[in-house]
Design a protein around this ligand. Structure first.
Ligand code: NAD
Length: 294
């Protein structure tokens, strides 16, 4: 067992205990999992990925818009032999699972998490836009029901590394702005990744105060929005998936750290990692760091 410091978000700090496996051959039961939002863009990708994943047993697909539809009608004939449920609570009561993966909307995800935790099911929430208050509530629910949960605004391993590199750079280069670029249907802005990156930059800047640019805003909002004293610019355009640049400025130099998710497959290694590991954590764990850097 090792103790890992779990990243902070929204001023929540959690300590998670991860169990590590040695090389001994141990028979492990597959993790039984449900996906809510299964008919959506991320949900369909997740259903395909979890269906093929070793050590994972996809048992339930739930989506309020597609109750009664066979999953194969959405994801193709190689998908799982499951019919989509439209009511989460009833589905979890009919088929017990260990983990619930959520790709829906921020308001629905909170209700789903509560419903899961009450039943001892660990939520892995990929839905973005969950606010500070909700995260506090979620943390309290994990404690009340002695069941862990994860909130992961970005499952791409490259994005986790981007945030870590940005944190390193911010110690030396406090002048920084974030440009995040997403497809036109993304509901929230700024992205959860941009918000988390800004928060983590702020946490390591220490005494390094960013220089205030002199420019006057002739068009309101043209300089982006500020989170944790970091300007964030949100671009929404057809053709994009999920991309972010963190641009640092110094005396006579700039440093740009860029991450691109070109398709939704980029999130699946992270989703599988969380599904396999969430039950070994404690409390609310935010982000993938504690699993990637343990
Ligand atoms: P989408 O609109 O394509 O799919 C959402 C699905 O959720 C829809 O099928 C909808 O019917 C279903 N839904 C909504 N409310 C529901 C409810 N109460 N019960 C059951 N089903 C419900 O959206 P998407 O592009 O798949 O994105 C979903 C979420 O995932 C967004 O918040 C997005 O920002 C987030 N996202 C996260 C990551 C990550 O790495 N964490 C990556 C991409 C997208």
């Amino acid at each position: 067992m090792i103790l890992t410091a779990v990243l902070t978000s929204a001023n929540l700090v959690t300590l998670g205990v991860c169990s590590c496996h040695d090389n001994a051959m141990v028979e492990v039961e597959p993790v039984k999992v449900a996906v809510v939002g299964a008919a959506g863009r991320m949900g369909q990708e997740t259903v395909r990925a979890l269906h093929r994943a070793e050590g994972i047993d996809l048992q339930l697909a739930i989506d309020r818009s597609s109750g009664g539809t066979h999953v194969r009608e959405l994801v193709g004939s190689r998908g799982p032999d499951l019919v989509i449920h439209d009511k989460l609570g009833a589905a979890l009561d009919s088929t017990p699972v260990d983990v619930l993966v959520d790709f829906t909307t921020a308001s629905a995800a909170m209700q789903h998490a509560e419903s899961a935790l009450k039943r001892g099911v660990a939520p892995v929430i990929g839905t973005t836009g969950i606010g500070v208050q909700d995260l506090r509530m979620l943390k309290a629910l994990t404690e009340e029901h002695s069941t862990p949960a994860m909130y992961v605004p970005n499952f791409a391993i490259g994005a986790v590394l981007m945030m870590r590199f940005a944190e390193l750079a911010a110690r030396w280069m406090p002048d920084v702005e974030i440009i995040e670029l997403h497809h036109e249907n993304k509901e929230d802005a700024p992205s959860g990744t941009a918000a988390l990156t800004a928060e983590r930059i702020a946490s390591v800047r220490g005494g390094g105060v960013p220089k205030k640019p002199r420019s006057v805003e002739r068009t309101p909002g043209v300089r982006g929005g500020k989170m944790h004293d970091v300007n964030i610019h949100s671009i929404r355009l057809r053709g994009l998936v999920a991309h972010q640049e963190v641009v640092f400025g110094g005396q006579g130099e700039t440093l740009t750290i860029r991450h691109d998710s070109f398709d939704r497959g980029s999130f699946m290694e992270g989703v599988k990692l969380c599904v396999r590991r969430v039950k070994s954590l404690q409390g609310l764990v935010i982000g993938l760091d504690s699993l990637v850097f343990d």
